[in-house]
Structures are given as C-alpha cells and as structure tokens.
Design a protein around this ligand. Structure first.
Ligand code: HEC
Length: 234
C-alpha cells in the first residue's frame, strides 16, 4: 500500500514539474489581429525553412480577413507564387539537410504535435552554447539543429546552473524588443500556429449543430413512421 502511494506521489511530482516547466502562452483564437500579425511573423521568420503544406495562402487570407494586397506585401514572400498554392518553404529540403544535417519539419500541425504552451516556451528558451555547431542550444529541445532566428529581437541568453541545481537562463545582450513586446510577438506566432492546426474549427462546430438537428428530425420521423406501420399489425 505504502509503495503504491509512493508511486503516485512520484508521478504527481513529475507531472507538476512538467507543468511548471512550461510557460503559458495565453493566446486567443478569437483575436483576429493577433492571428494576422502571427501569419506575417511566420512568413518573415519561419517560412524560409518550415513549410505549411496543408495551408494555402488564399485560405489564410479568407479566414483571417487579410486583403490580397496585404498578402502580397507582407505574407507571400515569393512573388512567383500564386496565392492558391500551399505554403512551401523558401529553402529546398535537400539544401537544408546539406546545411544543417536535418530538414525543418512542416509546422501546419505543430500546435497539435507540441501544444501551444510548449511552442511558446520553446521560442523563449534558446541560449548561447559554444559547444554546439550553430553556437546555440535550447532548454526545451536540447541539441536542436535550428538557428536562433529570433535572437535579434529577444536578445541573447546564456545558461547557468544555480548552486541549488536549478537551471536558469540569464539575458546577456539586449534585443530590439522589450520583454513584453517579445512575449506578444511569440504569442501572436503560436496563436497563428494554433489556427493552422484547426483552421475550420468554427465552421465544423456550426456544421455539427446542423447534423445533430437533422438527425433529431430524422429520428422523430422514423419513430412516427414505425408507429404508423405497427398500427396495422396490431
Ligand atoms: C534556418 C532555418 C530555420 C528557421 C528560419 C526556423 N527553423 Fe525551426 N527548425 C529548423 C530545423 C532544421 C529544425 C529541426 C532541428 C532538429 O531536428 O534538430 C527545426 C525545428 C523546429 C521545431 C521542432 C522542435 C523539436 O524539438 O522537434 C519547431 C517547433 C520549430 N522549428 C519552430 C520554428 C519557428 C516557430 C520558427 C520561426 C520563428 C522557426 N522554427 C524558424 C530550422 C529553422
């Protein structure tokens, strides 16, 4: 009995540690302006390497109410690309593999794969590490082969192990944005990633209501019909 209790205590401790280790994104899928900014940041900072194969420029424009001009001005980075096309990465996968040893994964479904809080935390926890080929590492994704593309905005950080064994990141150089501005930029980015994971959520729940309505009417009709048939039998 004791050992069972002990086991659950350990489990509980592990869960609470895991929960504490993640920051909270506090993103809002109803905040259309945040989603619009997120789409723009994604094109600016991520699309060079990470495709969004299951998302088309036109769908993004329609869902997020972005005009064709605005799409051309700040989201469709390649002027050759037609806006009905899926969002391909700018760099070819083979080039990236030759350069970094790995290809960057498609991020259309990233929010489902990693959770929004994970992504938010991940984009806060890059730090300088001279042992690594790219000179950077990440607390949440150790030894990742992704350059710290937002360092200029966030500023650089270094890793230190405190005397009590706690791992901490210390800012070493200031970036272009304040802490609050950087948090907002990352919130917008992960908000956009949450949207691309489930772009038709709104439509689907409305459709669901229609389906339920139809089934209810259909059920009542068939009950009435059944009554009608059995009346003659009895
Ligand atoms: C210069 C190319 C490049 C850019 C730009 C880039 N990434 Fe990456 N990213 C990579 C590569 C390569 C990997 C795979 C690294 C690995 O597996 O070690 C990766 C991995 C990831 C992962 C998966 C992490 C994991 O542990 O599996 C996420 C999430 C991610 N990137 C998000 C982003 C976001 C968000 C942006 C834009 C702010 C971005 N990346 C910009 C190259 C890039």
């Amino acid at each position: 009995m004791k050992s069972v209790q002990g086991f659950f205590l350990v489990l509980l401790a592990m869960f609470s540690f895991a929960a504490q280790a993640l920051m909270t994104a506090n993103n809002d899928l109803d905040d259309i302006e945040s989603l619009q900014r997120g789409a723009q940041y994604y094109s600016q900072y991520c699309l060079a390497c990470h495709s969004m194969e299951y998302q088309r420029y036109r769908t993004v424009a329609q869902d997020l109410h972005i005009s064709k001009q605005a799409m051309r001005a700040s989201i469709i980075v390649d002027s050759q690309v037609h806006w009905s096309e899926p969002m391909q990465s700018v760099l070819a996968k083979d080039n990236m593999e030759a350069w970094l040893g790995v290809a960057a994964p498609d991020l259309t479904l990233a929010a489902d794969q990693y959770s929004v809080d994970w992504l938010y935390t991940f984009l806060h926890q890059f730090y300088r590490d001279e042992q690594r080929p790219l000179g950077v590492n990440n607390l949440l994704a150790p030894n990742i082969m992704m350059p710290n593309v937002l360092e200029g905005l966030q500023g650089s950080q270094s890793f230190s192990r405190e005397s009590d064994g706690v791992m901490a990141l210390m800012p070493t150089n200031k970036g272009m944005l304040s802490q609050a501005e950087y948090d907002q930029l990352v919130r917008d980015l992960v908000n956009y990633l949450a949207y691309t994971t489930e772009p038709k959520q709104q439509v689907r729940s409305e459709l669901g209501l229609w389906v339920i309505g139809f089934l209810s009417v259909f059920t009542i009709l068939s009950l009435l019909l059944k009554k009608e048939y059995w009346r003659d039998v009895h």
